[in-house]
Write a protein that binds this ligand. Structure first.
Ligand code: GCV
Length: 693
């Protein structure tokens, strides 16, 4: 891997740059040079080695690992609750505290004072691994030892990455090189790179990974057969060492396409038997196999509709096969008609997921989790939150976010998504009255459900920096941290990432943090305005093309003419989509006066002269935001140049190169969008700036 000045790029946020001298003083205690590894399991040993590595890097000293703590000595003690109770040190902690930790589930950990030292106690070995990474993270951000003390457990049972990787090594919507798992038709053997990846995942608490594209066709359909299972089992084993379960995306039509049956009808007994046999086979190779991810009846993928069945029939078929082994079916709700008639303005793709699924509430088997994209359309830079989240009281559901930046700059443009995700997670669904936030609904707690979680479409590949744009690592990191704890402030997440990845200089931390925090709004301002979405080039989805999807079958329109723009989704005169929300959102979105500016064109068709809440007209907002957005993109490059000497030169150059691309992209967006609307409306810019006539 590329290294420079001792900076191993593939370590990402596990680089753990050395702390400044003054800070070291706070922590520099004789006991800190000893890690007492009480858990002797493989995972316990992994946790101890991580801690050793972290402390060595942060403090620039050698750390020894000891098997046990001698009388009167202290150190960083590391073990499970079971280990802790067996050792005499347990007397320092009350029985209640220990019971509390136990009650928080196997993934919980505690950091407790231990004499002059500290104990990292996992409810299990998994909790121990998370506790070790937590101690390092908190030391890297210079948290005082007192402030570290306490128990911690993940908010979400499932914290998952979905890869859209293909067996030929390509990655659908991947912007960071090729696949980490496949190349040229082969499953790659586990490598040190895979271990490095598993470490990154475990360090932020990811506990599930689906490694292949949800669009499963051709050879990937055979993943659940002996042709590939031994190779996949080797990957699963490597992930297992870091407490991560492997999932596979499957082809709903497998019984026909690879099984020689004449049907894939979920109610057909031979089909049911076929899936049960496959489940038995998979578990004989991968005993802790996580389950299936399924994209059915969506974008030309087969599904139960072919047989006149519904999605509960389809999902339950697979759930019945996996249930004896504890496997899950993650069934995606991204189901819509992609062959729609653009001339019919009453048809509305935004309605589709809710219309398909809500009526099935209560019919899904216990091992099914519905995976719901954050917005009703498709991971746009700005969309309302999907009304399906929280709409099914008797169904397990989880949130799907897109870390890979398909519509948000493709890891060429800087677009830090943590602030966007925070808005989604904090959105109140009112599913069970006020405070039923998306975070509560997704975790299952808000609906009193056992299962739930957050999945993110992964943004990493075999690029030396993992993510193409080095700063896109912050999205990867931030996703994991929010999946663990959606209540974390985005400023804290950002600071953690910078301290652990690049260094501790206040100038760097402050300036880079503010660049990251500004970037989503900057990206939004020079692309599609006021929540309208999809003004992108068809196919690859990068760069402006205002009418790119306007007269197509994909269901994503803006309806701009010379009078106005936007989609009327009201109940009164539009598609009725607004009616899928609970109050107060329904009334807020229905009324053009109370609808938030940033979503106005998602919900309403208005004249260009319509005045926004900001006081500007729609057309002037379009001009201003595009001029200002392009300017701000240029500003990002200038801001980077102020701080880039604080980071390794190659890193700095890669970021500068990406930011320079972004300037060009933003200018292209500005000129194409402004010109389009100037020509359409004939209304000039109030401030007389140049727009191509
Ligand atoms: C994997 C969008 C993307 C597709 C993706 C799909 C999905 O339509 O453009 O590449 O397919 O979402 O989420 O299934």
């Amino acid at each position: 891997m590329a290294e420079q000045s001792g900076h191993a790029f593939d370590q990402a946020w596990l680089t753990w740059p050395e702390l400044p001298k003054g800070t070291k003083g706070t922590y520099r205690q004789p006991w800190m040079t000893r890690v007492i590894a009480s858990s002797k399991t493989d995972m316990g040993q992994t946790a101890s080695r991580e801690l050793q590595r972290g402390l060595e890097r942060l403090f620039g000293v050698n750390i020894e690992i000891l098997d046990q703590m001698d009388q009167g000595e202290s150190g960083v003690w590391l073990g499970t609750l079971a280990n802790f109770r067996l050792e005499s040190i347990a007397r320092d902690i009350s029985v209640e505290q220990m019971a509390d930790l136990e009650g928080m589930g196997e993934e919980a950990y505690a950091i407790w004072p231990l004499g002059p030292g500290v104990a990292v106690v996992g409810a299990s070995d998994r909790g121990l691994l998370y506790g070790a990474f937590s101690l390092i993270r908190q030391m890297a951000t210079m948290t005082s030892l007192q402030d570290m003390v306490g128990q911690n457990a993940p908010a979400n049972p499932l914290r998952m990455l979905d890869h859209w990787d293909n067996l030929d090594g390509s990655v659908e919507r991947g912007y960071a090189g090729g696949s980490l798992f496949f190349s040229q038709g082969q499953v790659l053997p586990p490598s040190s790179r895979l271990t490095a990846y598993a470490r990154l995942l475990a360090s932020v608490g990811i506990n599930a990974v689906a490694i292949n594209n949800v669009n499963v066709h051709g050879e990937e359909s055979y993943f659940i057969t002996p042709k590939h299972l031994a190779d996949l089992a080797a990957l699963a084993e490597r992930f297992r060492g870091y407490a991560i379960r492997l999932f596979l995306s499957v082809n709903f039509a497998s019984p026909v396409e690879i099984g020689g049956l004449s049907t894939a009808d979920p109610l057909d007994e031979a089909v049911q038997q076929w899936w049960q046999d496959k489940a038995a086979l998979i578990y004989s190779y991968i005993p802790d196999f996580g389950g299936f991810v399924v994209k059915a009846d969506s974008e030309f993928r087969p599904g139960p509709f072919t047989y006149g069945r519904d999605h509960a029939d389809g999902a339950n078929l697979l759930a019945r096969a996996l249930a004896p082994y504890g496997g899950l079916v993650i069934w995606r709700c991204f189901v819509y008609d992609c062959q729609t008639d653009w001339r019919n303005r009453k048809l509305d793709r935004a309605r589709a997921a809710f219309d398909h699924f809500v009526k099935l509430d209560g019919r899904f088997a216990d091992h099914v989790i519905l995976q719901i994209k954050n917005g009703p359309i498709d991971f746009q830079v700005r969309e309302p939150v999907s009304p399906l989240l929280g709409a099914m009281a008797h169904t397990h559901q989880m949130l799907e976010l897109q870390i890979t930046q398909e519509y948000t700059g493709q890891q060429r443009d800087l677009c830090y998504l943590v602030p966007q995700w925070k808005e989604v997670l904090d959105f109140d669904t009112y599913a069970k009255g006020p405070s039923s936030t998306i975070a509560e609904v997704a975790s299952g707690k808000g609906l009193d459900r056992r299962l739930g979680g957050i999945a993110g479409v992964a943004n990493a590949g075999n690029d030396p920096y993992w993510t193409g744009h080095p700063l896109a690592q912050a999205n990867f990191y931030g996703f994991g941290r929010l999946a663990w704890d959606p209540k974390l402030a985005s400023t804290q997440i950002t600071a953690e990432w910078i301290h652990q990845t690049l260094g501790h200089a206040p100038l760097l931390v402050d300036a880079l943090s503010s660049m990251l925090h500004d970037s989503w709004r900057i990206y939004e301002s020079y692309t599609a305005p006021l929540g309208v979405g999809f003004m992108v080039n068809p196919g690859h989805h990068y760069g402006p093309n205002v009418d790119g999807y306007e007269y197509s079958k994909w269901g994503t329109y803006h309806f701009a003419d010379h009078h106005g723009i936007g989609v009327d989704r009201t109940e009164a005169t539009g598609t009725g989509y607004v009616g899928q929300y609970r109050e107060p959102h329904r009334s807020i979105y229905e009324d053009v006066q109370s609808c938030p500016d940033e979503l106005l064109l998602f919900f309403h068709h208005v004249a260009y002269g319509h005045r926004l809440g900001s006081g500007k007209t729609v057309i002037q907002h379009i001009y201003d935001s595009h001029f200002e957005g392009a300017e701000a993109a240029r500003g990002l490059l200038a801001r980077w140049q102020q701080i880039s000497r604080e980071v390794p030169a190659q890193w700095a150059e890669r970021v500068a190169e990406r930011l320079a691309w972004q300037v060009q992209n933003a200018e292209e967006w500005r000129d194409v969008v402004n010109t389009y609307f100037y020509r359409k409306t004939g209304i000039g810019d109030e401030r007389g700036r140049f727009i191509v006539p």
